[in-house]
Unconditional design. Structure first.
Length: 118
């Protein structure tokens, strides 16, 4: 299984970024795909997830209304559209996958840095 993130970078507060995560080596319809993030000196935290088969989505409170997780079935790619970025969104963002009904994310990408300037 391989998860490859892209799309991170530097953005000014209020602007947008879109992260991508290309998945391979798994029967993706049986998985949850998620985004986590880890800021310097903080623990990794959940941001958003999508149940690939149904398309159901889940968000942490800080992401609701600003971030949107989506998928492209043809490309086996999950996206995180981040709008109205804030400096506190600065973190390394990780893509992760877990096989239903497991609760543990077994597969992780290498991470992509997002830096939001004030």
């Amino acid at each position: 299984v391989q998860l490859v993130e892209s799309g991170g970078g530097l953005a000014a507060a209020g602007n947008s970024l879109r992260l991508s995560c290309a998945a391979s080596g798994l029967t993706i319809s049986n998985y949850f795909l998620a985004w986590f993030r880890q800021a310097p000196g903080k623990e990794r935290e959940f941001v958003a997830a999508i149940k690939w088969g149904s398309g159901s989505t889940y968000y942490t409170d800080s992401a609701k209304g600003r971030f949107t997780i989506s998928r492209d079935n043809a490309k086996n790619t999950v996206y995180l559209q981040m709008n109205s970025l804030k400096p506190e969104d600065t973190a390394v963002y990780y893509c992760a996958a877990r096989l239903e009904p497991r609760r543990v994310y077994d597969y992780w990408g290498q991470g992509t840095q997002v830096t939001v300037s004030s």
